[in-house]
Write a protein that binds this ligand. Structure first.
Ligand code: DLL
Length: 434
């Protein structure tokens, strides 16, 4: 179903005209209101009047996650706090998160693009959505919640985890739709088998899966294990949250429509930043054409994928393929974004630990596990009981980052050093990218 047929099927020339007008307004808007953008444009010798057409977007400089960190928490906001009605955040590369603000109009836009995404996924007004994305600073929970309400669904706001409760509600409330990470959908499918619960006792038809990379083989497993259509939803907090792009249930496996009247995508070379031709793989960037509180110009997502038009399909908007990888070293662990530098910051607080460490990531069943292998300082005696040190590190990581990790204390010299002395900090043994 098309939630906004006029805009979703807008002829491409009209879409370009709309994007051009929005881009012109946006550049003037941020130049006037956000000192960072004024400085950036001035430094590149660009005047807002130089940007006439959406094709001029390549003249603009990129915005990166480090720019958000450098302006923590609110210095990229283009409106006074009196116009901000919500703040979300996601992991940054340090202990400080990446912050996003929304005006009332931004929240309406967020709800609109999620409603579009849900409609494309096969959801209809009157269906019940069991929302198992986390509620909180993470955009998944509230994002799906408001979008589903906008579409006219009945939302069951369970939040993440709590498998017993999820299963009870699936059986008692009979929702047709569930939203969660693909790995959690795998866990649920397995629980039904383990507990010997028949799929006849539930009424699920659609899974709205995203927030982490997944593959066609995970899709097959989840579709068979829960007897559903598993549909991809993609997004990132900086741009708005979930609902930047979404698959259509009838076009599964052919890519996700990017709602490009609001989020203008480009694929650029990861080393040179040069725009790449349609279909080629590179770094995905987005320019938010309509956001008020924290608009972003050419935001460098670090996600690697490609974008292409499928002219025979239902909508005119461009599609993106599945995420193939990252151009930085961000990990996604059970749906939570993680940078190894966050762990490093915690390790630094322990005088008995050295800065030599490695994160080993595995997938046990459907659960991501992280083992922190860290060397102790030279004066720590490994014949003594080190449970206190191990437990202390585990607790501080859990408190600061929100993830439970296995801690292995290593004797000095045990963590491999590479030739140049640079450490391979991450060993990711999962196969999460297709
Ligand atoms: O994960 C927003 C979201 C919530 C999307 C619920 C979908 C569903 P962040 O926490 O900021 O926001 O993480 C964004 O997660 O840059 C991708 O690397 C990854 N990601 C999100 N969706 C997908 C997906 C939310 N469908 C980062 N496939 C992004 C692959 C995804 N990766």
């Amino acid at each position: 179903m098309l939630f906004q047929p006029d805009i979703e099927t807008l002829p491409i020339e009209k879409l370009r005209a709309l994007q051009s007008e929005r881009l012109r307004n946006l550049v003037a808007y941020v130049y006037d209101r956000v000192p960072f953008y004024k400085k950036q444009l001035d430094a590149h010798g660009i005047k807002p009047s130089d940007i006439r057409h959406i094709g001029d977007i390549h003249k603009l400089p990129f915005t990166k996650k480090t720019d958000l960190r450098d302006h923590y928490p609110f210095d990229l906001f283009a409106v006074p706090m009196s116009q901000v009605i919500r703040i979300h955040a996601s992991s940054g590369t340090t202990g400080k998160p990446t912050v996003v603000g929304y005006t009332r109009k931004d929240i309406d836009l967020f709800s609109e693009v999620v409603a579009r995404s849900l409609a494309a996924s096969g959801c209809r007004p009157g269906m019940k959505l069991q929302n198992a994305y986390g509620y909180g600073l993470f955009t998944g929970g509230l994002g799906l919640h408001y979008g589903a309400e906008k579409l006219g669904m009945a939302v069951i706001p369970v939040s993440g985890g709590m498998t017993d409760r999820q299963i009870m509600l699936l059986r008692d409330f009979q929702p047709e739709v569930m939203s969660c990470t693909p790995s959690y959908a795998q866990t649920l499918a397995e629980e039904f088998v383990k507990r010997n619960i028949s799929l006849d006792s539930i009424n699920l038809k659609i899974g709205i899966l995203g927030a982490e990379p997944w593959t066609e083989s995970i899709r097959k497993q989840v579709e068979a294990g829960l007897d559903i259509d598993a549909v991809n939803i993609y997004g990132l907090s900086e741009i708005i949250g979930p609902g930047v792009s979404n698959e259509d249930i009838d076009e599964k496996g052919t890519g996700s429509y990017i709602w490009e009247d609001h989020f203008f995508p480009e694929i650029v070379d990861k080393d040179t930043g040069e725009p790449l031709p349609e279909g080629e793989f590179g770094v995905l960037t987005f320019t938010t054409l309509t956001k008020e509180a924290m608009p972003l110009l050419r935001y460098w997502t670090n996600d690697i994928t490609n974008i292409y038009y499928e002219h025979s399909h239902k909508r005119t908007h461009i599609k993106m393929g599945p995420i193939r990888g990252r151009s930085d070293d961000m990990l996604i662990i059970r749906g939570v974004n993680l940078f190894h530098t966050q762990v490093e910051e915690v390790i630094q607080d322990f005088p008995d630990l050295s800065p030599y460490y490695q994160l080993v990531v595995t997938r046990e069943g459907n659960m991501d596990e992280v083992e922190v292998r860290v060397e102790t300082s030279p004066d720590v005696d490994h014949s003594e009981n080190l449970d206190g040190l191990r437990g202390g590190l585990r607790k501080k990581i859990k408190d600061n980052i929100g993830l439970s990790m296995k801690i292995t204390l290593e004797e000095p010299g045990n963590i491999p050093r590479s030739e140049g002395g640079k450490l391979g900090r991450i060993v990711d043994k999962r196969k999460v990218y297709s």
